[in-house]
Ligand binder design. Structure first.
Ligand code: NAI
Length: 471
């Protein structure tokens, strides 16, 4: 039914998924380590967003970093869907309608559909099981989310291609090969045939086959193109590990080969203790001459990877890194000041942005609001204050919800405090932190005069829907 081709397609140069700063669909930026927001794999073994339900029960934590789509996505040409000789060209509007009907029908029974899909996949293709982590807990729901996302986007070619290209590149670290896609497609169709009995028809099946063929081809092409210029993963040795609070550690890593990224992006990490379980973490530094990388990791309750990184990892341990992603990067085409909100460990990518501006040599005003619940939770405040003293263009304001931090600062919730210090016309907004903070922070910035299209953050979709935690 499905064939895997190896062709090159036009792909975006951006690693992130475009998603609007105002929280729209991946049309303007996404965030979410989420490995995704992170990554919403069709059959991605790990990483990716975690549902609220998953967050509430013991299981792997999910990094949140989806990179938010910024308005900076650099795609110029409209990529075309690949033609499929067997089923004709994908017909977005009609096919989208049929696909949406199927999705509506299976939404209430998505758990059953997902379970059936995986049972069939591993029964018919046992060799694929080894691509997945031992526990499939974190995998549940992710397929359905990916389906929903792709289905919602079938009429938006540019966004869909960008989303899927990112997904295809991200799947390289899982060991996904082109020949795996037809197996997944066949089991997907089999699961839909079984459960979407009310809406299923020959026409609907043909629409799904066309859609899946197009989707998988875009992912395969993006992976093939990426393979020519980057490894599927990097090994990185922990060279320093500093416990800053009982549940937050700062790790310094040395990759085994140059690791390309931009300040504000995130990486995905697999530890030796939880094979095939990948989580997203924002990088807390700009690219450095010595090639070292810095991460800030906070333990997520019952989070496997975050607990291992904070309480188990030691210098000498070797982690695996996926490619950097995310588009919460400094917009160098703008002369505007940077207004940065970093909540909790969300200060990590903000610090990276400050370092990049410092190295850029072009003085731009940078205003950082660094928030936490209590002053003692501002684990990186001394370092941020040191940057404030060094750079005249930088102002760092510590903010604690429960009372002013030691050494001076502001009291309140981060978005409220920032709004009170406005107006902020003439600034670009950069936000990083818990989904609720990002959401109300965007509202506060817009109310304080920052145009919505000048605001960047990781995907609200991913951060919110997934209850994502980057840590
Ligand atoms: N790129 C990104 O967006 C990144 C996001 N994160 C996320 O940041 C979070 C950090 O967690 P913690 O350190 O425990 O932060 P936290 O829960 O201590 O909150 C940090 C700040 O956000 C504010 N805040 C929290 N919830 C809010 C809400 N609903 N509305 C308005 N303000 C709110 C708090 O007042 C505080 O100032 C994690 O969820 C992590 O996944 C971490 C790194 C990067």
């Amino acid at each position: 039914m499905f064939e895997a081709r190896h062709t090159m397609a036009t792909t975006s140069a951006d690693n992130g998924i475009p998603q609007s700063a105002a929280g729209g669909p991946p049309a303007a930026g996404r965030g979410g380590d989420g490995d995704g927001g992170g990554e919403w794999g069709w059959f991605a073994p790990a990483g990716g967003e975690r549902t609220a339900e998953q967050s509430a029960r013991p299981g792997p934590d999910v990094g949140s970093a989806g990179s938010a789509g910024s308005a900076e996505s650099a795609e110029s040409a409209e990529p075309a869907y690949p033609a499929n000789p067997g089923y004709g060209r994908f017909e977005p509007s009609r096919d989208a309608e049929l696909i949406r009907r199927t999705l509506e029908e299976i939404e209430p029974i998505s758990q059953a559909v997902t379970s059936y899909f995986y049972a069939l996949l591993f029964l018919q293709h046992p060799g694929l099981r080894e691509l997945f982590p031992a526990s499939m807990d974190s995998q549940r729901d992710r397929l359905f989310k990916a389906l929903l996302t792709a289905a919602k986007l079938v009429d938006e070619r540019r966004v869909l291609v960008e989303f899927l290209s990112h997904l295809g590149r991200g799947h390289r670290k899982y060991g996904t090969r082109p020949e795996h896609y037809p197996a997944v497609g066949e089991c997907l169709i089999a699961a839909l045939t079984r459960y979407a009995t009310r809406t299923w028809s020959a026409e609907t099946e043909a629409a799904w086959v066309r859609a899946y063929t197009a989707i998988s081809q875009i992912m395969i092409d993006a992976a093939a193109e990426d393979e020519r210029r980057a490894p599927a993963w990097w090994r990185a040795e922990v060279v320093a590990h500093e416990l800053r609070t009982p549940d937050i550690a700062v790790l310094t890593l040395r990759p085994d080969q140059p690791y390309p990224f931009r300040a504000g992006q995130y990486t995905s990490i697999e530890t030796p203790w939880w094979p095939k379980v990948w989580r997203h973490y924002s990088l807390a530094c700009a690219p450095r001459p010595d090639g070292l990388l810095v991460l800030h990791v906070k333990v997520v309750p019952a989070g496997w990877v975050s607990t291992a990184l904070v309480h188990r990892a030691r210098p000498g341990d070797v982690l695996r890194l996926g490619a950097a992603a995310g588009s919460m990067a400094v917009d160098h085409s703008s002369d505007a000041g940077l207004l940065c909100l970093g909540g909790g460990t969300g200060i990590a990518p903000v610090k990276a942005l400050v370092e990049e501006v410092a190295r850029g040599g072009r003085a731009r005003s940078v205003e950082v609001f660094y928030g936490a619940r209590a002053g003692r939770d501002l684990y990186d405040l001394e370092a941020m204050r040191e940057l404030d003293r060094r750079y005249p263009w930088l102002t760092v304001r510590p903010v604690a919800a429960e009372g002013p931090p030691d050494g001076g600062g502001l009291t309140g919730r981060l978005p409220d405090v920032v709004r009170e210090h406005g107006p902020w016309q003439g600034y670009d907004g950069y936000l990083s932190g818990p989904p609720g903070m990002v959401r109300s922070g965007v509202e506060a910035l817009v109310a304080a005069g920052v145009p919505a299209h000048r605001i960047r953050h990781d995907s609200l979709d991913a951060l919110g829907a997934a209850g994502a935690s980057r840590d």
